[in-house]
Design a protein around this ligand. Structure first.
Ligand code: CO
Length: 180
């Protein structure tokens, strides 16, 4: 038996967060282990969603659980190669956080509903019509696959409010790189 995978959250401004993730083409044990490790990290971090670039993998994989509750696996949604095929409804504002920006929160405007087509971890096609909070989570996580981050979507006011915290993240990153 192979060792279980263990991931840590990749933090801004690590460049992998800016890269466009690539389609998954092989639905094998390795994919299953990757997905399991992503759920483990997401629950451990008290997140409600996690995208593969956040564990430094450039692959189109998302995991979500709208309550962030590992005791409710029935809420788990695993999406491989997701495509948002429809966004409808008024744009609503809601405060979002991101595991890759632990100290940043910003009000982000997104359409209320979306339809996503994807494959499950076995490669079976699925189509979900999402609304409300989980629709927002999906749109946030989907952005990660395109290299789009919270900071790109925040209002000028939020940008000012979070300026120092963002600069600190960049400084921490530079310091860490210097030590390697
Ligand atoms: Co995020």
């Amino acid at each position: 038996m192979s060792e279980p995978l263990e991931f840590t959250v990749t933090l801004y401004p690590e460049p992998v967060l800016r890269r466009i993730a690539e389609e998954v083409t092989t639905f094998d044990d390795d994919l299953g282990r990757t997905v399991a490790a992503m759920y483990h990290l997401m629950f451990d971090s008290q997140g409600v969603g996690l995208a593969a670039p956040q564990v430094s993998l450039r692959r189109r994989i998302l995991v979500m659980n709208e309550e962030g509750d590992k005791e409710k696996p029935e809420l788990n949604i695993t999406l491989i190669n997701p495509r948002i095929v429809e966004r409808t409804g008024d744009k609503a504002l809601m405060e979002e956080g991101c595991l890759s920006f632990p100290s940043i929160f910003a009000e982000i405007a997104r359409p209320e509903n979306c339809v996503v087509e994807a494959m499950d971890v076995e490669g079976q096609p699925l189509r979900l019509e999402l609304t409300g909070f989980i629709s927002r989570v999906l749109q946030h996580e989907y952005d990660h696959l395109e290299g789009v981050l919270l900071v790109d979507r925040m209002s000028p006011a939020d940008r000012v409010r979070n300026k120092v915290a963002l600069e600190e993240m960049i400084e921490d990153y530079k310091e860490q790189r210097a030590q390697v």
